[in-house]
Ligand binder design. Structure first.
Ligand code: TMP
Ligand code: ASP
Length: 237
């Protein structure tokens, strides 16, 4: 597979074309961003850790019957993926209240949400990823009703598979964000990444934060925590 010109540079990953028009390369950089790019730092080994973490999680999801963009690991920091036409919304499931939900609704961090709740956000840093509803998504043509239903169904399936996986490692999957795209067959496929950059994970007993909140809140040991999370679910990095 021949890496070709850059297609898109995000805050933490760069996407490259390849000599196969249906395949792309995702390069996970060490850049770590929070607050919509307001705080950016380079963290040693983070690109490698997230690339391998993402591949591991996506393989678990594939085993559970959830289609993902990932094809294979091609280097420490790069993965080969299927090209998708990305839908510009973020799908968030929350099992416990944290982050923007606490600020928005004035609820206490850590309360269990039963049943888990679902939110859509528009992917737009300049607007600080505003929350949107299904009518917005349909009216602006970002996705149709069937695609919206499928994104919700798949996000809840991912929640079930991964809540169990992290539970076995003594962790709570507090919340997470997924992004989907449409493949060449017109099917909705899980794209982007699942890493501790895009979810919240707490130790079940102590509720110690093990995810990107360590970076957002200046708690230190960010990549070390990601490596600990990986080892607790059976991935040695
Ligand atoms: P929030 O509490 O800031 O709304 O985030 C909810 C979850 O989604 C949290 O695990 C972080 C993740 N997330 C991202 O990864 N990127 C984003 O741009 C947003 C808004 C959330
Ligand atoms: N992913 C967003 C950013 O990089 C939001 C966040 O994680 O705080 O800025």
């Amino acid at each position: 597979m021949q890496k070709q010109q850059e297609l898109y540079r995000g805050k933490a990953k760069t996407v490259f074309h390849t000599d196969d028009e249906n395949k792309l390369i995702l390069h996970f950089r060490n850049d770590t961003s929070a607050f919509d790019g307001e705080k950016i730092e380079q963290l040693d080994r983070k690109g490698e850790v997230n690339n391998k973490f993402n591949h591991f999680i996506m393989s678990k999801l594939e085993e559970a019957g959830i289609k993902t963009q990932v094809e294979s690991l091609i280097s420490d920091t790069e993965s080969l993926v299927k090209k998708l036409d990305m839908i510009p919304v973020e799908c968030v499931v929350r099992n416990f209240a944290a982050g923007s939900m606490c600020r928005r609704l004035g609820v206490e961090e850590g309360i269990e949400l039963s049943p888990p709740t679902f939110e859509f956000f528009l992917k737009n840093d300049a607007l600080h990823d505003p929350m949107v509803n299904e009518y917005h998504i349909e009216s602006f043509g970002w996705a149709d009703q069937a695609q919206i239903a499928e994104m919700k169904r798949l996000t809840f399936s991912v929640n079930k598979v991964l809540s169990e996986l992290f539970d076995k490692g003594g962790m709570l999957l507090v919340d997470f964000k997924l992004e989907f795209g449409v493949d060449v067959n017109g099917d909705i496929v899980l794209g982007d990444e699942f890493t501790p950059d895009g979810c919240r994970l707490w130790d079940k007993e102590t509720r110690k934060k093990l995810d990107k909140d360590r970076f957002r809140q200046g708690l230190g040991s960010v990549v070390e925590s990601y490596i600990e999370v990986a080892s607790r679910i059976g991935l040695t990095l």
